[in-house]
Design a protein around this ligand. Structure first.
Ligand SMILES: Cc1cc2nc3c(=O)[nH]c(=O)nc-3n(C[C@H](O)[C@H](O)[C@H](O)COP(=O)(O)OP(=O)(O)OC[C@H]3O[C@@H](n4cnc5c(N)ncnc54)[C@H](O)[C@@H]3O)c2cc1C
Length: 392
C-alpha cells in the first residue's frame, strides 16, 4: 500500500537529516526521509567535518558563521552528545595567494569573524610543532575546529524523529513521479510514496534522480582520498586545523592521537566515479607524498605512524558551490546538492534555509540567490580568488 506524506526527503546524509529536523520542528506536515543504505553512508560519514568561516564570499562565510553557532551548542540545540572540538584554524599561503587572502580577510573581519595574520613566533605559541618559512603568510581563525561527523548525522536524525519525522533506512528512491509538471510521489524498492513535495539531498548521487526528473543537475561524483597517521608520542596536544595552500593539504587532529590529511589541490574533479562502485581504499602511491608534504609543515610527522587511509566521495558542481533551490518547471521539486567537499560545516543553516524555502516560499535567513539552479546557464557562477575549489 502506498505511504502518504506531505514532504519527502531523499538522502540521509548531513543535509537530508538537518532538513528533516528543521521541517519537523516547524510542523510542516508529515515528513518522511528515505535513505537507500544507512545514515551518513555517503560523503557525510567520511567527512573531515572541519568547521571554519574562511570563505571567499559573504554568503558562504555567513552560512559558515551562522552554522558554527549551532555546532558550538549542538547538544543543547539539536540534542545528543556535544560534537564540536575547538582547535582554531591556521591557513597558510605564499605570494601567489596573498591577494585572495587579503580580500578574504577584510571581508571576514567586516562580518565580525575573529581572524588575524600571525607571525611564525605567534604560530609557535599556538602550535609548537608547526614551521613557517619567511616567505609564507599565515592567518589564524580562532573559533574554528571540527565536528564529529557521524554523531552530527545521528543527532539530527534523532531530533527529527522526536519532532515526528519518519526516517526509513534501506529504502531507495528509484524514480520520482510527476503529473503535469507537478511532483506527486516516488517509486522505491519498497513501493510507492505519495508526496507533493520532494527534496533531493542525494549528495554524489544527485545527477541520477535529476535526470529522471528531466532536470540536469551538474553534480559529479568524484573520488577524494584521506591519509591517516598516529602522531608521535612527543607531539603533544596543542594543535590546530590547517588549510595549507603551500603544501596543497588540509589536515586536522582527529580521534585520539590521530591526524587526518587530504588534498586541497582540487584534483578530485579529474576522478569522476560511479558512486556505487569506487575504490574506498587510499592509493598506496599517494600516501608517501602526503607524509612528505605534511612533514614540511610538521617536521615531527616524519616519525608518525602511517595508518593507511580511505577513499571517499565529493559531489562537485562546476563552480564548487552547492545548488540550494526549487527546481525549475516542476512544482514541488527542491534540491540541496553539490556541496563540493566543503558542505558539512554549513549543514545547520542549509536545513533552516530549505525549511524556509519550502514552508514560507522564500529563504529569509540569508539571500541564497547566488546558489540558484540557473546560475550555470546564466554564466554567473560563484567566483573565488583562490584556485582551490574545495576552499570556496
Ligand atoms: C573526505 C571528506 C572530507 C570532507 N571534509 C569536509 C570538511 O572538512 N568540512 C566540510 O564542511 N565538509 C567536508 N566534506 C564535505 C561534506 O562531508 C559534504 O559536503 C557533506 O557531507 C554532504 O552531505 P550530503 O547530505 O549532501 O551528502 P551525502 O552525505 O553523500 O548524503 C547523500 C545520501 O543520499 C543517499 N541517497 C542517494 N541517492 C538515493 C536514493 N535514490 N534513494 C535514497 N537515498 C539515496 C545516499 O545513500 C547518501 O547517504 C568532506 C567530504 C569528504 C568526503
Amino acid at each position: 500500500m502506498a505511504v502518504n506524506c506531505d514532504i519527502l526527503i531523499v538522502g540521509g546524509g548531513v543535509m537530508g537529516t538537518s532538513i528533516a529536523w528543521q521541517l519537523a520542528k516547524r510542523k510542516a506536515g508529515r515528513v518522511v526521509l528515505l535513505e537507500k543504505s544507512f545514515l551518513g553512508a555517503g560523503s557525510s560519514g567520511k567527512s573531515g567535518a572541519i568547521v571554519r568561516q574562511h570563505y571567499s564570499n559573504r554568503l558562504t562565510a555567513s552560512m559558515a558563521q551562522k552554522s558554527l553557532r549551532v555546532f558550538e551548542q549542538f547538544d543543547q540545540i539539536v540534542g545528543g552528545l556535544p560534537v564540536f572540538s575547538r582547535t582554531g584554524m591556521v591557513l597558510i599561503v605564499n605570494e601567489k595567494d596573498k591577494p585572495g587572502l587579503d580580500a578574504n580577510l577584510a571581508m571576514q573581519q567586516e562580518l565580525g569573524i575573529d581572524v588575524r595574520l600571525v607571525s611564525a613566533q605567534v604560530l609557535a605559541d599556538i602550535d609548537p610543532n608547526a614551521r613557517l618559512k619567511e616567505d609564507e603568510i599565515a592567518i589564524y581563525e580562532a573559533e574554528a575546529g571540527y565536528v564529529e561527523s557521524v554523531q552530527v548525522v545521528a543527532s539530527y536524525a534523532e531530533a527529527a524523529r522526536r519532532e515526528g519525522a519518519d526516517i526509513r533506512l534501506g529504502v531507495e528512491v528509484e524514480n520520482v513521479v510527476t503529473e503535469k509538471s507537478k511532483i506527486v510521489g516516488v517509486e522505491t524498492n519498497e513501493g510507492h510514496y505519495n508526496s507533493g513535495t520532494v527534496i533531493l539531498a542525494t549528495g554524489p548521487w544527485a545527477a541520477k534522480l535529476g535526470k529522471d526528473l528531466g532536470v540536469k543537475l551538474p553534480v559529479q561524483a568524484c573520488r577524494t582520498q584521506v591519509a591517516l597517521y598516529r602522531r608521535p608520542p612527543d607531539f603533544g596536544r596543542r594543535t590546530a586545523v590547517y588549510c595549507d595552500f603551500v603544501q596543497g593539504l588540509y589536515f586536522k587532529p582527529t580521534h585520539g592521537e590521530m591526524l587526518h590529511a587530504g588534498s586541497l589541490a582540487g584534483e578530485e574533479i579529474k576522478q569522476p566515479v560511479n558512486p556505487d562502485q569506487y575504490n574506498e581504499a587510499a592509493d598506496g602511491d599517494w600516501l608517501p607524498g602526503v607524509r612528505q608534504r605534511l612533514s614540511r609543515r610538521y617536521p615531527a610527522m616524519h616519525r608518525s605512524y602511517g595508518r593507511g587511509g580511505y577513499g571517499a566521495l565529493y559531489a562537485i558542481t562546476p563552480d564548487w558551490h552547492p545548488i540550494i533551490d526549487k527546481l525549475p518547471g516542476l512544482e514541488g521539486a527542491y534540491c540541496a546538492v553539490g556541496f563540493s567537499g566543503h558542505g558539512f560545516k554549513m549543514s545547520p543553516i542549509v536545513g533552516q534555509l530549505m525549511a524556509e524555502l519550502i514552508v514560507d516560499g522564500k529563504a529569509s535567513a540569508l539571500d541564497i540567490a547566488p546558489l540558484r539552479y540557473t546560475r550555470f546557464d546564466e554564466n554567473d557562477p560563484v567566483k573565488t580568488p583562490y584556485g582551490y575549489g574545495v576552499m570556496g
